[in-house]
Design a protein around this ligand. Structure first.
Ligand code: 5RP
Length: 221
């Protein structure tokens, strides 16, 4: 049983005709975009998609979902994955280095639903290293600031690419391992006030609903 797919399939049920849909990034949203594309064709739903990464754009395009932009349309609903989800539906995201655009899209949607398998549910955020997208020139000073916050920091390196991961916005990613995060709402604000940080992967107070794939079926939070 693929728990990511179970959550993704349930999320497709939330989408209505003629909606503008924010398309998240990652392996869970991969299933969502594929299924949405299928239903969009079969049921002539007339969906417009706003992708959160080049990867999601390619997938949506392949499935025939018409693409639009934030300049042209407001978003009715966004569906996205997460690396960790706490009991208040605060999230860590950015495992796919796409969290900057994901946050813009998810935040601006009328309704934001996170989809995940049950392994992503935690009591407290922070076991997953927190991703920060940063301006390449700012590696040293931002690392120093993060160390002062008590985090161990690694620059994310490419796979099948020498050197650092380059984001869709031509920036670098720092992965910051904090002790467990006691106050994610405050930390999200504090980290974004460090010069050189473009966006951090904490998504606090913005999730309307979580759809979780569990061994016992779909759970809604
Ligand atoms: C990408 C993300 C993803 O949504 C997050 O990493 C979860 O990915 P997956 O669905 O593959 O577990 O934030 O930046």
């Amino acid at each position: 049983m693929n728990l990511k797919k179970i959550a993704a399939m349930a999320a497709v049920e939330e989408i209505k005709e003629n909606q503008v849909v924010g398309l998240g990034t990652g392996s869970t949203t991969h299933y969502f975009i594929e299924e949405l594309a299928k239903r969009n064709k079969e049921e002539e739903l007339n969906i417009l998609g706003i992708p959160t990464s080049y990867q999601s754009f390619l997938l949506a395009n392949k499935g025939g979902i018409a693409i639009t932009t934030l300049d042209e349309h407001d978003i009715d609903i966004a569906i996205d994955g997460a690396d960790e989800i706490d009991p208040d539906l605060n999230l860590i995201k950015g495992g796919g280095a796409a969290h900057t655009l994901e946050k813009i899209v998810d935040y601006s949607a009328d309704k934001f639903i996170v989809i995940a398998d049950e392994s992503k549910i935690v009591d407290k955020l922070g076991a997953f290293p927190l991703p920060l997208e940063i301006i390449p020139n700012a590696v040293k000073p931002v690392t120093r600031e993060l160390n002062d916050f008590g985090a161990k920091v690694e620059i994310r390196m490419g796979i099948k690419k020498d050197g650092p991961v380059i984001t869709d916005n031509s920036n670098f990613i720092l992965d910051a391992q904090f002790p467990l995060i006691e106050n994610p709402i405050q930390l999200e604000k504090d980290l974004n006030s460090i010069p050189g940080v473009v966006e951090n992967g904490l998504f606090c107070q913005m999730t309307d609903k979580a759809i979780i794939g569990t061994k016992d079926g779909v759970k809604f939070i």
